[in-house]
Write a new protein. Structure first.
Length: 544
């Protein structure tokens, strides 16, 4: 290995030499990329990017759906010391231009289906010197645009040996936020920091502890034998998919991606059975509910006993869905991870089928505190509401935004924290009650109402498939608590019935004053809420 520091490029080089050559690294439909091929192909792409003029720290924009190309390009960036920039594949011209321009990207790798969108903005991005087009089936193809080159051609030939580079723990990759509060911001993660908050080392270790050196980690991987297989049900271009994918490859495992553009639980469970997947990454009920519905409707159709774990992060995952999934396979660990683009490890909840009658609650992570707005630590059991904060391995800040960096990553008593703005309370036993992101908090008649708390209450009603809660301007209340509910198929719940259901669980002022029905809540592909669109819908329906 080049050094003893934690750098993913170095790790992938070492794993490529140590993992059995025919072990799968990437699977997509009928296509399989072995670790031997993954190593050669990513080395070739890394060289190509450097030959095109990229230098240490150059940015590469990923405008891609889940596919082998995403993981290959990511590994190539790590190896060439280039910076990954995620682009939401739902973005169109102006949004796409903003991310590529704001990140100072010099290379854009995009799926062929987005060729028209890319062509619309190509002339407005003179700093981009290379455009690589990925064909739908991974075959060699001629790009429709006159300025792009075929991705597969760059990986088909050339020198596939490791690059002679001295890499650093401080090499970066970016994770652009979704922009729920203003324009998206590029969170800068150093690879060494990301390794330390990940679980790749502990997962491969025989005693579950982090290895002291990269060489020890590689030895652990070899000793363990065949690596685990992850299916990221959510997009790799979002944090949950990206972080879980990096963690899987960093322990010599395999990423199996789904081929359909929208999540299909049938394809998921067929892929689990076919490839004996061991892990899934999802984002809360947006994925968990259709998975459970299919298993309930067709019990015994799919063999899922290979699954050892399901990880969810980003939004709340309801207890009923967790326990329902465990009814179909009790030998799983369901992990609800509390994190954000700006930090990982605020808290976690592990649920198993070993006779538990209640779903575990979030336990505050190491290096984490709950602080008031004036940075006073909240005492457990005090009923005070505060912001969760994490010290230790956290991002370096937001790219080109020192003002927001100073606000989100404050230094308190000489210690640097990440405080993305998530509200919570700390119970007397030290567990957390999550209340949601402060940016969507509703102020109604002077009382604060956190949407996620009301949403979770609504979703416990059997007629509710999904729910979002927003504040709508109101002369009397300032903001009126308003729920937009997606009913279960064939259901049309009465507003007063749902209001009474919420009132039975929460204080009266948190009960929605208005409840609207909508067949689709238009969540993002990663399951996260589009509060801006739902607020606009609610205001139009209520003539506000």
């Amino acid at each position: 290995m080049q050094g003893q520091g934690w750098n993913y490029g170095d790790l992938f080089d070492a794993l490529g030499a140590a993992v059995p050559a025919d072990s799968p690294a990437l699977i997509h439909g009928d296509r399989l990329v072995s670790w031997a091929d993954f190593t050669i192909r990513t080395n070739r792409l890394a060289r190509t990017l450097l030959e095109r003029g990229c230098r240490t720290g150059s940015k590469v924009a990923f405008y891609l759906r889940n596919s082998p190309a995403y993981s290959e390009t990511l590994a190539a960036c790590f190896k060439a010391r280039l910076v990954h920039v995620n682009v939401n594949y739902r973005y169109v011209a102006d949004e796409l231009h903003y991310i590529v321009d704001n990140s100072d990207a010099e290379v854009v790798v995009y799926d062929a289906e987005f060729a028209d969108r890319v062509a619309d903005i190509q002339q407005r991005l003179p700093a981009v010197h290379s455009w690589l087009e990925v064909s739908q089936d991974g075959a060699v193809a001629s790009p429709a645009t006159g300025f792009a080159e075929d991705y597969e051609t760059q990986l088909a030939t050339g020198d596939g040996s490791p690059l002679a580079l001295s890499r650093s723990e401080d090499d970066l990759f970016f994770l652009y936020t979704g922009g729920t509060t203003g324009m998206p911001k590029g969170v800068m993660w150093a690879q060494g920091d990301h390794w330390r908050i990940g679980r790749a080392g502990a997962a491969a270790s025989p005693d579950g502890t982090q290895p002291a050196t990269p060489a020890e980690h590689v030895a652990n991987v070899v000793r363990r034998g065949p690596g685990p297989k992850l299916i990221p049900c959510c997009p790799l271009m979002h944090g949950t998919g990206l972080f879980s994918g990096i963690t899987m490859l960093a322990q010599g495992g395999c990423i199996a991606t789904l081929t359909q553009p929208s999540f299909d639980p049938v394809e998921l469970f067929e892929t689990v059975e076919r490839h004996e997947a061991t892990a899934l990454a999802i984002v809360g009920d947006a994925f968990g509910k259709p998975m459970l519905r299919l298993l309930d409707e067709q019990p015994g159709r799919f063999r899922i006993d290979s699954l050892q774990s399901i990880l969810s992060s980003g939004v709340m995952w309801s207890p009923e869905v967790k326990l329902g999934l465990l009814r179909h396979h009790r030998d799983m660990v369901l992990t609800d991870s509390f994190g954000a683009s700006e930090a990982v490890g605020f808290g976690r909840s592990d649920t198993t089928g070993d006779g538990e009658t209640e779903v575990a609650r979030f336990v505050l992570g190491e290096g984490c505190k709950v602080l008031t707005e004036d940075f006073r630590e909240i005492k457990p059991g005090s009923d005070e509401v505060g912001f969760v904060a994490r010290s230790g391995p956290i991002p370096r800040g937001y790219y080109k935004d020192p003002e927001k960096t100073a606000k989100t990553f404050p230094v308190i008593d000489g210690v640097r924290y990440s405080m993305p703005g998530d509200f919570c309370r700390v119970e007397a036993d030290g567990t957390l009650v999550l209340l949601g992101r402060g940016s969507v908090c509703i102020n109604t008649a002077g009382e604060k109402v956190f949407p996620e708390e009301v949403e979770e209450a609504l979703k416990t009603h059997p007629a509710v498939a999904d729910a979002l809660v927003v504040g709508v301007p109101d002369d009397k209340w300032g903001q009126m608590v308003t729920a937009v509910v997606q009913p279960e198929a064939g259901q049309e719940p009465e507003s007063e019935t749902l209001r009474q259901h919420v009132r039975s669980q929460l204080a009266g002022y948190k009960t929605p004053k208005a409840i609207l029905l909508k067949s689709d809540l238009e969540r993002a592909s990663n399951g996260k809420a589009n509060y801006k669109a739902i607020t606009a819908f609610a205001r139009s329906q209520l003539d506000r």
